[in-house]
Design a protein around this ligand. Structure first.
Ligand code: CMP
Length: 140
């Protein structure tokens, strides 16, 4: 494997605006390789499981509703220090705080509709990847 892996979601606000290719370009130019990718309609159960860590937060219901509102693109990204690298490529969660050239600065509409998700640790990356992909789906 070339480097490490992270898990990515291109969120409904981005797929609805036909931004999958534009976001993939930023990902690839940021030094990450898309080694698995699938467009899906997330179910409520999938979204609730994925965001279980946030279930006590006031925005949890809104988050699940948003993530199931339109298709998403789930991805595995590979590269040197992939988790940290992708967080740099995405920019801050709140697009108003995101650096120039990042996915969220370029495309996000708000802190909730922020175009992309990326894992926050190697351990969570492995868990999140396993929720959507089997090893045979991932081709580096
Ligand atoms: P993500 O990386 O997908 O992980 C949790 C998500 O919760 C986060 O990106 C945001 O999109 C969302 N989120 C965080 N804070 C808020 C908020 N205050 N209101 C709505 N959504 C939020």
């Amino acid at each position: 494997m070339a480097g490490t892996r992270t898990f990515s979601i291109i969120k409904p606000d981005a797929t609805e605006r036909n931004l999958t290719g534009a976001i993939n370009k930023v990902i690839e130019e940021g030094g990450l390789r898309i080694v698995a990718q699938r467009r899906i309609q997330m179910t409520q159960a999938q979204a609730e499981r994925f965001y279980d860590i946030h279930k006590e937060r006031p925005f949890f219901g809104e988050l699940v509703e948003f993530m199931t509102s339109a298709p998403v693109v789930v991805q595995v990204l590979e590269g040197e220090n992939a988790v940290v690298r992708y967080r740099d490529v995405m920019g801050a969660t709140n697009p108003e705080e995101a650096a120039d050239g990042t996915i969220r600065k370029l495309f996000a509409k708000s802190i909730g509709e922020n175009s992309a998700h990326g894992s926050d640790s190697d351990d969570n990356a492995a868990l999140e990847i396993a929720q959507f992909f089997s090893e045979a789906d991932i081709v580096g």
